[in-house]
Design a protein around this ligand. Structure first.
Ligand code: DGL
Length: 291
């Protein structure tokens, strides 16, 4: 796992024409891809969902770091000009290592989300919800305090929001009860801003907003991440100036399910996804094509 990896540019490909790699544990990162597609309409976007090993949010940091390196290497091998770690859990535990490993910029979702929250807060009381691993890592709290040391931070892991979003139960009695059970203590704490620190939570935004009430500003890091990617590429003269944008999808398992669920997260048809096997991923002998 150690050592710095090179990004391989496709023969003759200038930097602006190289793709952007976006990776996530599964389908949820499509909420970030949607924001990237809107903000960067000329870019070629490659999306990899590690659907064979999702969820990451209940796994240990060392396991998630191992997965992150394999997905990062997948994109380095394809000569991307920038990587976006759309998964909050991976951003929380593996971002520094990925930044040290690849020569291209690696953008996570936590710093952009924290920046947006500090801008939004009126009384400096910020709530963060995410997977168990994201909350346990303390990454949002560190990012928030780096920007504004005086903020008060209240956190809550909401693991059941992920299966609810995947099941499409985002506006029914089960969703409303689950939101109320998880968020009761945050509502009592008097936060004025709430960060949706997980790829899936934007799908539950309406129910979360209704429960928290009009005085709580909801922050979804996808928009801010897309803005950051654009700023970074523009600063390096690496924005793609011509052509139509595109999105290609890769998964490590269950391509059909990914395409079916994906539409809800992406807001448009995903079409089809190509199944790949990552280095190190244990695969049954029946699916051996290498990435
Ligand atoms: N993508 C993950 C995140 O944003 C949620 C799903 C998972 O647990 O893998 O943290």
């Amino acid at each position: 796992m150690a050592g710095r990896r090179k990004s391989r540019a496709p023969a003759g490909g200038s930097v602006p024409d190289r793709p952007i790699g976006v990776f996530d544990s599964g389908v949820g990162g499509l909420t970030v891809l949607k924001a990237l597609s809107a903000r960067l309409p000329k870019e070629a976007l490659l999306y990899l969902g590690d659907t064979a090993r999702v969820p990451y949010g209940s796994k240990s940091p060392s396991t998630v770091i191992g997965y992150a390196v394999e997905t990062g290497d997948f994109f380095a091998d394809r000569g991307v000009k920038l990587m976006v770690v759309a998964c909050n859990t991976t951003s929380a535990v593996a971002l520094d290592l990925l930044r040290a490993r690849y020569p291209v910029p690696v953008v996570g979702v936590i710093e952009p989300g924290a920046r947006a929250a500090v801008r939004a807060t009126r009384r400096g009381r910020i709530g963060v919800i995410g997977t168990e691993a994201t909350i346990a890592s303390g990454a949002y709290a560190r990012a928030l305090r780096d920007i504004e040391p005086d903020v008060e931070i209240f956190t809550r892991a909401c693991p059941l929001f992920v299966p609810l979003a995947e099941e499409g139960w985002t506006d029914n009695e089960v969703a409303r009860r689950t939101v109320a059970l998880y968020l009761a203590s945050l509502r009592r704490s008097g936060i004025d801003t709430l960060i949706l620190g997980c790829t899936h939570y934007p799908l539950l935004r309406a129910v979360i907003e209704a429960y928290m009430g009009p005085d709580v500003e909801i922050v979804d890091s996808a928009q801010e991440t897309a803005a950051e990617v654009r700023r970074l590429l523009r600063g390096k003269g690496a924005l793609r100036a011509r052509g139509r944008g595109s999105a290609s999808f890769f998964v490590t398992d269950a391509a059909e399910r990914f395409a079916r669920l994906g539409e809800r997260f992406y807001g448009a048809s995903v079409g089809s996804a190509v199944r790949v096997v990552l280095r190190g991923e244990a695969a049954p002998a029946s699916r051996r094509p290498r990435s």
